[in-house]
Design a protein around this ligand. Sequence first.
Ligand code: FCB
Length: 445
Amino acid sequence: MIGLAHSSTVGATEHAPDSRSFPQDFKWCVATAAHQIEGGNTQSDWWNFEKVPGVIRDGQSSGAACDHWNRLEQDSELLSALGVNQYRFSVEWAKIEPRPGEFDEEALTHYRHEIELLKARGIRPFVTLQHFTLPQWVADRGGFAWEGVPTAFEHYSRKVYEALGSEVQDWTTLNEPQALIAAGYIEGVFPPGLKDIKEIVAPAIGMIRSHARAYHALHEMAAAQDRKIRIGMAHHLRIFEPARRWNPFDHWAARFVQRFANWAILDALKTGRLQIHIPFVLNIDEMIPEAAETQDFIGLNYYSRDLIAFNPWKAGMIERLTRKDATVSDLGWEIYPEGIYRLAKKLHQRFPELSIYVTENGIADREDRQRELFIRAHLQEILRALEEGIPIEGYCYWSLMDNYEWAEGFGPRFGLYEVNYSTQERTLRPSGRWFSQLTRTGLLR
Ligand code: FCB
């Protein structure tokens, strides 16, 4: 990690400001996740994980987070002021089903109310069923590695659909299974806090099976009501490049990480076969027939690029680095706008039948020095893709407001609104003001 950046330029590709416009029906969106903003997620695995000493930066736990649970009206006004026509948010399994088979009707009513508030403001809900967190009772049984998880997830998803389905057309099942597997089972920074690549097999299969079960269940319920819905998954994709161009081992390692981190799950959702091969370590080749053709669109979460070095002295023998000359965010993540174009292009080549929705893209930028440039540069790359006929239907900025950034605690500031956590006051940042003009005109000026 490189530390704070105070540069005023963004990324490797500089484009002159232009005034090209987005298609009329382009969806302008911001994204959040329940655990990061709502507060009081007491029945979740994260709530307990956060209390383990040393796992979260500065020992911060989510607590009341942004108190969004109690501020639905106010926060729907924030969305309105941004001029977005879509809002991607997650509903919290641990609140809806705090104990096995026991559904909390108040929690479901709460989310129904949230959706009504959005609709009254002309904002289309985009619901994620699971964004990193699990109910503690699921975690106790092994989380996504538990063989009962696909059935439990289907059961929960059906309940959510019964309560909210008549108002929601756009769904994502899971958020970033790739990231959850890496952080929870390889790096040990998310629950269950494991650091053993061999442990990824069962949860990877469990996630894909859970997604597939929810996908079929929701479609079946919608079809029975003659309703058309769309279901996808939000995938965390990154650009991986060899750290040393001259080093064939780095090339091999980068290609390998790419296949594992970017494509394995996406391919499984197309073919019904999950293949992950790590020489001498792990060989997954699992047929999951129910997962074949289970995406109606591809959710793309894009943040950054990594350089990959082969290092036999490192656990896992692979090292993730950042370019020395990179412009970076407050979290040290390289700002690399061209990556979004390159990934969209690859996605389109690999899955030409599916359209792409940028379900997350954003920057930790406490001082708001780089955010406008960051968004602008990524949108320019999206326009470039659109001009080449790559179907991108929308863009969600991450995030509506500052929030609890998992293992990084409350430090990183991703919001278009700044949050004062002592008073819960929200303040629109200058970049947020700019974004609200963009959403209204569709013109990148
Ligand atoms: C994404 C996560 C989201 C947030 C952003 C910064 O990978 O989906 O919850 O943490 O990163």
